[in-house]
Design a protein around this ligand. Structure first.
Ligand code: FAD
Ligand code: SF4
Length: 512
């Protein structure tokens, strides 16, 4: 049952074996695995239940529907924009389907530096295999590599840079290119069309428009989840109380620590909300000679990994990822006003975007704000990370020129940096990357309820269970001990699968 609570008036009291908060890459997996194993499951999801028929492919309609704060969630200083989903299926509904497992050197570092001895590739293999099968992860075919990705590949190969065509989770993709606005063809194998329907078929009760305020403990165990029914205007229309034996928090790396902080739970180590990593990204755009609708086709298929060597250094590095924009997002990223802005936008259908995505050591913090859905997010770059981002932009420019770009534009403020072939690219490093001087985005906030082998250094153990509150689990991207250094959806889902199977294995103790 998926209930949007649209016509519901008044309050609801429910009982379940397990209450799952959030229905994205973490929550949907936990809900399906536990419901299929016969547990009674209630899922509370703050966003609405939008499906393929609602995905209009129009930015002005889809950004407010599908994204936290209409796509304008920012750090307190306004320097970093953080994109996160707010709908049944979470951020998987509008992600770009790159599929990677957690890199081995990262798992090794988590074992050696964070005491997570159990997190070996072998131990995680069954979870990765299940998730990849259920999400239909396959290699991207050559005929699915669009022009934007071809330009980046040609440039990288000319320069001898390492890169490859990745795997993705799409089935029957018509290459429309609207992934970020939701797939109207149900080709994207997001949680919305995979694990959420499985949970539903197995009897889970999934409530959309149900925003969790707090979790209450009794006798040291999480026992009650309190939520509000929220209307389209964000106003509360009624209250929900769920009494459950086990609570799984999967609200993402911003909301999960916010809910725990509001509940006064899991904070004894002082690590709750801390260690926020963003995988921050900056971009350059190559301007090609011809107009070619860059937004058509699979947006990301090629991946340049020349500048990240996790075997040598698991703590730093960056990757280059092609990107194309739609008009509203692109215009919001371009500097200038009036005619200057128009001059840049004129090249919209000739632009090949290339992102630098950083494996960040910089760390921020999430704290509860005055309003539930608007936590305070603080984050600042270290000097080393600023240098890496600037160096990455130099490589973006090199790659774009080598791929045939006639100009390269970097959206520095107040004026764009515009370069022609043969220009001295050191101007990029001289200007540098500084907060507030160019748009910096994040689609991968993580690590705010981090796992650790030592209760004084983390919030949850290797299975996502809170040290302070037995029976309260976190299963989302907030459990990563450090920045993952790779696209995170498959690792998030695999760790959630592992948490679900751990809960089943301990059910007598937890559910009794
Ligand atoms: C634009 C974009 C592109 C991306 N591209 C890729 C990619 O190509 N490859 C990749 O691996 N990863 C990608 N990602 C990241 C990937 O989608 C995330 O790693 C993954 O979805 C995180 O899962 P999660 O469970 O932590 O959070 P989410 O999937 O965000 O789910 C959290 C859910 O909790 C709900 N929630 C929040 N607060 C509350 C509350 N108070 N009460 C009830 N519910 C609440 C939210 O509405 C949301 O549905 C992308 C992300 C974005 C935004
Ligand atoms: S490119 Fe494929 S997955 Fe993306 S919106 Fe189009 S059909 Fe859907």
């Amino acid at each position: 049952m998926i209930d949007t609570l649209q016509d519901h008036a008044g309050d609801l009291t429910l009982r379940a074996d397990v209450c799952v908060i959030g229905s994205g890459a973490g929550g949907a997996v936990v809900a399906a695995e536990l419901a299929e194993a016969g547990r009674s499951v209630v899922v509370l999801e703050q966003g609405h239940y939008w499906t393929a028929v609602d995905f209009t492919q129009r930015e002005e309609e889809m950004l407010p529907r599908l994204f936290e704060e209409s796509g304008m969630r920012q750090t307190v200083d306004g320097a970093f924009t953080i994109l996160q989903g707010r709908n049944v299926g979470g951020s998987t509904v509008h992600n770009l389907c790159y599929c990677f497992r957690a890199p081995d050197p990262i798992l090794r570092m988590w074992r050696e530096e964070h005491g997570l001895d159990e997190l070996t590739a072998e131990a995680l293999e069954p979870s990765f295999a299940r998730v990849e099968k259920n999400l239909h992860v396959v290699p991207i075919r050559e005929d699915e590599v669009n022009r934007v990705n071809q330009v980046v590949r040609a440039g990288a190969q000319k320069l001898g840079y390492s890169g490859f065509v990745t795997k993705h989770n799409r089935k029957g993709c018509v290459q429309a290119g609207y992934c970020i606005l939701g797939c109207s063809y149900d080709a994207k194998q997001s949680m919305l069309v995979t694990y959420v329907p499985r949970a539903d078929r197995a009897g889970a009760r999934i409530y959309a428009n149900a925003r969790v305020d707090r979790i209450e403990a009794e006798g040291g165990r999480a026992r009650r989840v309190l939520a509000r029914i929220v209307g389209p205007d964000g106003e509360a229309r009624g209250h929900i109380e769920v009494k459950a034996k086990v609570v799984v928090l999967s609200a993402g790396a911003v909301a999960s620590p916010d809910i725990l902080l509001r509940s006064g739970l899991a904070g004894s180590s002082g690590q709750l909300g801390a260690n926020l990593h963003l995988h921050p990204s900056v971009m350059a755009a190559g301007i090609m000679d011809d107009a070619f609708e860059p937004y058509r086709g699979i947006p990301q298929s090629y991946y340049v990994d020349e500048f990240i060597d996790l075997e040598r250094d698991p703590h730093s590095g960056y990757v280059l990822m092609p990107i194309s924009g739609f008009p509203v997002l692109t215009s919001s990223l371009l500097p200038g006003f009036g005619r200057d802005h128009y001059e840049l936008m004129r090249h919209f259908d000739r632009m090949v975007g290339l992102l630098v995505l950083l494996h960040d050591e910089s760390a921020g913090r999430v704290e509860s704000g005055d309003v539930l859905a608007k936590p305070r997010i603080e984050y600042g770059l270290t000097e080393k990370d600023r240098r890496q981002l600037a160096e990455g932009l130099v490589h973006c420019a090199e790659v774009l020129f080598a791929g045939g770009a006639r100009k390269v534009m970097i959206p520095t403020l107040p004026e764009a940096t515009i370069l022609a072939p043969g220009d001295d690219l050191s101007v990029i490093t001289r200007r540098g990357v500084r907060e507030g001087h160019m748009p910096i985005a994040s689609t991968h906030p993580q690590s705010t309820c981090r796992m650790n082998g030592d209760p004084s250094r983390g919030v949850v153990n290797a299975y996502g269970e809170c040290f302070d509150v037995p029976g309260l689990f976190v299963a989302d991207m907030s459990v990563f001990p450090t920045s993952l250094g790779a696209p995170p959806q498959i690792t998030t889902a695999a760790l959630a699968d592992r948490t679900a199977h751990h809960i089943l294995g301990r059910w007598k103790e937890l559910g009794g």
